[in-house]
Design a protein around this ligand. Sequence first.
Ligand code: C5P
Length: 137
Amino acid sequence: MISAERRLLLVAACALIDADGRLLIAERPAGKPLAGLWEFPGGKVEPGETPEATLIRELREELGIMTKAACLAPLTFASHSYDDFHLLMPLYICRRYEGIPVPREGQRLKWVRATQLRDYPMPPADEPLIPHLIDLL
Ligand code: C5P
């Protein structure tokens, strides 16, 4: 439940899908909250941004790839209460982008099948997204 006492945090996440139907996940780097857990690329939606604009910016900054809003399709969303905020996180899928993802922020990257996602510990907000990706892929 979304508590009135808790700040609502909006984060946009993206399941990048390659030609073999694999997904890109990134390890949260040391020094960040939830370091060592694996997540879908993305980040906080800044004031005035649409979630699509956030993803276009984050995919460029984190992975050096270019995409556009027309290539981002919303699939589902995560809604999870952490101790100090409630996270609302739309998950988009993206199959069309330019460039090859590289770890521009020192993060480890892996291409995995949807059925392998459970082998990689993810933040609690992200885990409920896995069955949606297994169904899709
Ligand atoms: O990535 P960033 O640290 O800006 O995200 C803010 C918070 O949102 C994280 O500390 C984490 O609690 C949550 N988060 C999450 N799953 C993600 C991304 C962020 O639970 N994939």
